[in-house]
Unconditional design. Structure first.
Length: 82
């Protein structure tokens, strides 16, 4: 395990997601992957894995406004799989 310092994290509105996958390719720490579950509209949505830095790249590329970014008052260390 290694650690990464994070200044924030995100939440994902899976019901608003249309499965375009733009967030997955835009994520610098590569902590998003497409899930297998379907939302009520029949689309797959991304899953968040440990290591999110709160950079907001996903927020900026999402055409459906599925992401909300939260900033921590103090940076936090998060353990991520190597």
């Amino acid at each position: 395990m290694s650690t990464i310092t994070s200044r924030g994290t995100i939440t994902i509105d899976v019901e608003a997601c249309k499965g375009c996958e733009l967030c997955i390719t835009a994520c610098p720490p590569q902590v998003l992957s497409m899930g297998t579950a379907l939302n009520q509209a029949g689309f797959h949505s991304p899953l968040l894995h440990p290591g999110c830095t709160g950079c907001a790249a996903c927020l900026f590329v999402c055409p459906d406004f599925c992401f909300e970014v939260f900033r921590f008052e103090q940076p936090m260390a998060t353990a991520v799989p190597a």
